[in-house]
Design a protein around this ligand. Structure first.
Ligand SMILES: [Zn+2]
Ligand SMILES: [Zn+2]
Ligand SMILES: [Zn+2]
Length: 332
């Protein structure tokens, strides 16, 4: 029997099909062969940060690409045109090149490499948020052609915008509303419920919980939640970041194994910069809880889903959790 489920944060409905598809039922279109020449292998853009190995060769490098959508060189230029609003694309795009080797992903190195990568995200977030024009910093990964990956070289994007993106705003509003009538953080409540039911848990460590959300959008979608309540990724401590590297690496390796190297995206959802408009976010520290959403892209969205925002989940979160959990337990 198919089932409708309501996601508690955004109030979005999803259809969970009764008979889950197994990982082997998803057939991905062949990826096109890589074009010759990779800009991330060559010198490209302006270097903003790097981590070297012992021999002085870079392991992780952050660049500002030449063709960024956003730039910090401009005034905001905010104005109304009739009923419309417009402003200059003030902001910043950075590419974190996660590996000097084109065909070697960060999870193919050791845990330390992944933890260093998390540390780089943290350092960049802290630095970029110092600019008062920036309202939101989004750290997001595209891996595989179907995910919108333009390079084919392991990388993550950091995009800083002068506005809060709609999806983030909806999440912040949802968390704030929930807090408004329950005086509790919705993410902490979700975490308690997941730990109580245990049906969707993929991995547990001292500092993190990984689970498939009750009303996920994508089959095999996983969320990573820190056990310690903090609204911003900027408020993490060094032990958390080290542990996060281990957790992410294990999850991605398990996902690659179970779904045969799927294209995927992940995004770090963190609080907006609180420097501008401090008053607007007075309960933010209590009501929002930073987290990571990992979304395999193994199924194309239909017109119904794009038009309605109501997703069809062809593998139940409970079944997906079992498949990944098994690989997490036995992998490595
Ligand atoms: Zn490359
Ligand atoms: Zn919380
Ligand atoms: Zn989120």
């Amino acid at each position: 029997m198919n089932e409708l489920r309501r996601e508690p944060l955004l109030g979005r409905w999803v259809v969970v099909v009764g008979d889950s598809l197994g990982p082997e039922d998803y057939h991905l279109p062949e990826e096109a062969p890589a074009e010759t020449g990779c800009v991330l292998c060559e010198e490209h853009g302006t270097e903003r940060f790097k981590l070297d190995d012992q021999s002085g060769k870079w392991r992780i490098r952050v660049i500002e690409p030449e063709d960024s959508f956003f730039t910090l060189q401009e005034e905001m230029g905010r104005k109304g045109v009739g009923i419309y609003d417009r402003m200059n694309a003030v902001g910043l795009t950075e590419v974190v090149i996660e590996s000097p080797e084109h065909d070697r992903a960060p999870e193919d190195y050791g845990d330390d490499h992944f933890s260093d990568l998390i540390e780089v995200f943290y350092q960049r977030l802290k630095t970029i948020e110092e600019d008062p024009r920036i309202r939101y910093v989004m750290i997001h990964k595209n891996c595989g052609l179907q995910s919108g990956d333009p390079f084919g070289h392991p990388h993550t994007y950091i995009t800083a915008t002068p506005v809060i993106p709609m999806r983030i705003k909806a999440e912040l509003d949802g968390a704030k509303n929930y807090y408004g009538y329950k005086e509790r953080c919705i993410f902490c409540d979700i975490m308690h419920e997941e730990l109580r039911s245990k049906e969707r848990i993929v991995m547990e460590t001292e500092r993190f919980l990984v689970f498939t959300p009750f009303a996920a959008r994508f089959p095999f979608e996983c969320w990573i939640l820190p056990r310690r309540h903090r609204c911003s990724f900027k408020d993490t401590d060094p032990d958390e970041r080290k542990d996060l590297g281990v957790v992410m690496r294990r999850l991605i390796l398990a996902m690659r194994k179970v779904l045969r190297d799927p294209p995927y995206n992940y995004v770090i959802h963190t609080a907006p910069s609180r420097i501008p408009r401090m008053a607007q976010w007075h309960t933010l520290g209590e009501d929002y809880h930073w987290h990571i959403e990992v979304m395999p892209r193994i199924r194309k969205l239909t017109g119904f889903e794009l038009g309605s925002g109501m997703y069809i989940l062809t593998t139940s979160p409970e079944d997906a959790a079992k498949y990944i959990k098994e690989e997490v337990a036995y992998g490595d």
